[in-house]
Design a protein around this ligand. Sequence first.
Ligand code: SER
Length: 870
Amino acid sequence: MSSNSIRQQFLDFFASKGHQIVPSAPIVVKNDPTLMFTNAGMNQFKDLFLGNEVPKYKRVADTQKCLRVSGKHNDLEEVGVDTYHHTMFEMLGNWSFGDYFKTEAIEWAWELFTQVYGLSPESLYVTVFEGDASENLAFDQDAKNEWKKWIAEDRILLGNKKDNFWEMGDTGPCGPCSEIHVDLRSDAERKAVDARTLVNNDHPQVIEIWNLVFMEFNRKSDGSLENLPAKHVDTGMGFERLCRAIEGKASNYDTDVFMLLIRLVEEKTGKAYGKEEKADIAMRVLADHIRTISFAILDGQLPSNNGAGYVIRRILRRAVRYYFTFLDRKEPLLFQMIPTLAEGFSGIFPEMKAKLAFIENVVREEELGFLRTLENGLNMIASEKSIHTKENVLSGAFAFKLYDECGFPIDLTNLILSEDGIRVDLPEFNRLLEAQKDRSRKATTQSSGDWIIVRPGDACEFVGYDTLETEVHITRMRSVKQKNKDLIQLVFDRTPFYAESGGQVGDTGFIQSANEKIHILDTQKENNLVIHIAEKFPENPEAAFVAHVDEIKRRDTTNNHSATHLMHAALRQVLGTHVEQKGSLVNPDHLRFDFSHFKGMSKEEVRQVERIVNEKIRENIQLDERRSVPIEEAKKMGAMALFGEKYGEEVRVITFDANFSRELCGGTHVPATGQIGMFKLSSESAVAAGVRRIEAITGSKAEAWMVETEETLQELKDLLKSKDLSKSVERLMNEKAELEKKLDLLESEKTQGLKQALKGKVIQQNGVSVLIERIDIPSVDQLKNLSFQLKNEIPNLFCVFGTVLGDKPFLSVIIDEDLVKEKGWNAGSSVKELAKEIKGGGGGQAFYATAGGTDISGLETALNKAKTLI
Ligand code: SER
């Protein structure tokens, strides 16, 4: 059975049990401060478990792309070293939202394993939660009773809270779980050691495959558990492990999921898999990491220097270092694996093939960038290791230098050193890192109290497309600490406030009841809750409030959002349809738009985009807004969708002229394009490999820019007393060049005159031509020129000049090379000695040296002293 049909059988099986098959959520999580990446199939259903959202389907199944590389669930260190952990894996799952519970979940798991997949019951073991007194949690007798219907009782093992109580994170939905483990050892090994002693003991051949979680509780931020409004089932099965069990392989990497990638690495590096341990680990690391990197980029997360982007960059660099050191490959390799990867996933995630060129380009550029500093960093480690290791600990300062200068993530430095049994002084490294401004950490830290429920009902209806003022009631509230500020979060039953999303900033404004007014500082989304940020708790939260959105800010923001759509369409017209949105920010002041394109835009292209957008503004195209369009229909209509965006089954379609711009979008838009007024592109630059960034202004901001520009021009015209600025400036520049030429000529004539006069002052003393003078000269360069000319023209010269440059005394000494050689004279030490008189210092070469000082009155003394040096 190949992996693709194994996946399909899972989905077909649960469809036959009344489950709706849904798509995987994007691997990159937006709108959840507690999570960077999807790390379990249930993430996208968190609000359904908590009761914040009403389920559309009570039974659902899917395959979910997951990453376990940060936070509570992090397997990175194991990956490649062992044969069954991955950074990215697919999690097959089936869910019941308040529908079936343990009976069906267990029966169907058993049926799928033994009847559909044909796994032998002799190889299976299950675990059940034994209870936990400290949390007042009971032994899961129900699960045990259910299993007893299917499997011999001696194969049902008890597990503690660590293994058999599943939690999403520090807070959130959780519950007891029951896992299915499979024993993949040979018969002889099975006889020798009882598998029951190996379950949950990190044995590479006795592994967990499926986790059935019975969600009953919500872990609150104070650590306590509360009952969820209903009981749910959340199952998660490791797809790659399942394939291995069914295909009877000794390692996940031997299945067709990974083998094609490993074969490709063999071909590219000329090394064979299975011959040498270090090279094998490297190949597994590559086959694993390229999946994470590619899916993250596909879903919109480019490698970067902070937050989720840094996690991806670290993984990519880890992979580069493995092929560099252990596969002896010094050129980019990862990007060459992407076509094979995309082909393998073309049945289930066809979007990767569609975005191949973009992903390849980003990965290749990242590899090139890191390869440039990698060798240098590795050499630094090698020499530092031999000199400065104390008791097998390397200083945190050195690790920080590597991080800062060579881009070595600390886990990479650790990994490299651990191969020699050395570790890094982590506390010191962390101290240094803390000291450096850490933008991402500051931006994401948030701690919150528990919700206080004010009134029942959690659905928050957004009415802000149609009105900016309406009556609302608070349904829940809590305190939070955000960027070191104490703030309050409020949720309403309905709201006209737009919550930040799709790049558009959140609305601000206020809510007012009969006796109080509360300012809304921002509006954010957390999962599906719309959260209004305020400075204080309402005194009377039960009261009816009237919500008012700041109208001007909203209008300016809206103008920029609609202009972004027009510009996106114009860019595709001018540059080509490979242009795709990679990021967007829309606020009242300006818009910023990142898009895929491989080179800078020419001046003409920029003008063309501006021209098209302004034409569309003047056409005053009416907004065609359609809400609740089935996603398939929207796609048929040709609406542009973004990768990595999670769309529901019904979407909103925004059209400005069916032949021009049609996008899936939840943002706010102008009723007709004329409202935008004017569009002005203010900058175009590069942000990452293959990604350009445009910034632009519209409406009143564009007008202000125009007025300011015009005023500056008028001021210049007035100053130059001219109507034709370019001509006048050109004339001025020509005149300046002429004058400079004349000035140079005059100066050199003057220097020539000076030179002749000085020649007349040379005195012969014991075969040395001595010239010691105070002179007037405008610059150090001219002084140097003059000195060198004199040295060339007068044999055996010893010459000291004193001068004043600006308001500072200055000395120079020049000595004929023969004198330097024969008499051992030295201009550097002479000038140092003389400089004492002008309270200064200097130096230079043996034949020419200079010194600056601070005391002009000492110049004469210095020159007199020079005479005594001979
Ligand atoms: N949430 C559970 C897990 O991730 C089961 O899906 O293991």
